[in-house]
Design a protein around this ligand. Sequence first.
Ligand SMILES: Cc1ncc(COP(=O)(O)O)c(C=O)c1O
Length: 514
Amino acid sequence: MTDEAPEGLRDGPYPDDFAILDAAQVHGLGDMDPERFRSAAHAVVDAMADYLATVEGRRVLPAIEPGSLGPAFPASAPEAPEPLGTILEDLDRLVVPNATHWQHPGFLAYFATTASAPGILGEMWTATLGQNVMLWRTSPIGTELEQVVVGWLRSALGLPEGFDGLLTDTASTSTLIALAAAREAAGLRATAEGLAARVRAGTPVLYASAEAHSSIEKACMTLGLGRASLRRIPVDADYRMRVDLLAAAIAADRAAGSVPVAIVATIGTTSSTSADPVAAIAEVAAREGVWLHVDAAYAGAVALVPARRGPFAGWERADSLVVNPHKWLFTPLDASLLLSRRMETVRTAFSLVPEYLRTLDHERPVHDFAEYQPQLGRRMRALKLWMLLRYFGLEGLRRRIEEHCRLAEELASRVDAEPDFERLASVPFSTVCLRWRPAALRGREEEPAVRARLDAANERLMAAVNATGEVFLSHTRLHDRFAIRVSIGNLRTEGRHVDRAWDLLRREARALDA
Ligand SMILES: Cc1ncc(COP(=O)(O)O)c(C=O)c1O
């Protein structure tokens, strides 16, 4: 394990002529010469391939102190041009070793994001074409390819044709857009009148489970609804929203004159990956006439596998939903899929077309994606998805997702069979939540002092495992207990990496004194 380039990695020197400035740098006005770009790009791609081939030999988490990297860079941008070779060598020396290696097969923290090779190739072309997919006119292929890819994903996820959508940067943005549409649908007219309308209509309220992601609350903050507008509905023992308490909360809010705006159900919560009972929640939403948004940012990918669609029952009744290809569909950041059955309402929430953005020369209406989101400029995200969907095929994606679920199930059984460890949640997808429960403290967890010791011991255990550099685990709290999460979703993770994580957990636990 090393922060340096692993053995065998060619990390330069770059070709001799990279050591000197090129003509464009010395007296040119335009870009790098295309032939120079060609040789530079070849060298960079070689380094990229070497990185991917050897990333497993690096520490997943580089051993660095916060604040120690900035001082390695000059305080101001260079006045004079610098040779390409110097820049690339600095990249090898200062950038690559100091990254947290999300591409590492031992990355089992948070939810994985893998930049697959076909996705990287797509990003390279995206950057090269430099499309801004704000209007059909500014990128006909960016617009229409996005419509194609959105349709492909919708149907692959088993959702009906009534859903349409767009690709955004993140689930946070997708949810923000969905809830802005919900705010319009609730008659708040906030798009036109802002907070003034809110005062007349009554206090808006939204509902999500206590386990819902912070992006829901952030959307409330951003949309002027306020954090106070979000009702956190308690969960059952399996971390699933209590539908009876949801219905009761809505009834109480209506009685108090508040305006229910949206219910957010989660399939695959961030902490435990629990799935809310969406079908029952959809019933409540329909009865109450409230917008239903489903956050399946992580777990949505599993809906590609028909046999595993059980937890998704009812999501086809949502008004909007989000699935992140940049989580478990091996797409380089960023790519989030927002689907809605009410795209006209989404458009009402965001459409604003000044004269300079109006498409003049078309009789036929065009689809301008900028009308459906807060930003104007947009990346061409469809290209990398189009490439990787074709490269892997749905069949290949299903096979990989199935394997991750299988690995998680296998790990869960091992945890269950190990008396010194305890599993803290069911494993509906590919994430296992566990904690160490040494014999000396077992059975005494009701004592506050013992609970605190168990929390501290598990925190130390996770730190010790991460300090090996071989794997990277992250944590959460479940039923107010420190929980270690092992989340499998990296394209490069194999059974042996999960085995290693489990071996390290047990080895480091033996070495610790709880
Ligand atoms: C359930 C869920 N929703 C939303 C998000 C936010 O995703 P993003 O980083 O794409 O905004 C996450 C992130 O992990 C998540 O787990």
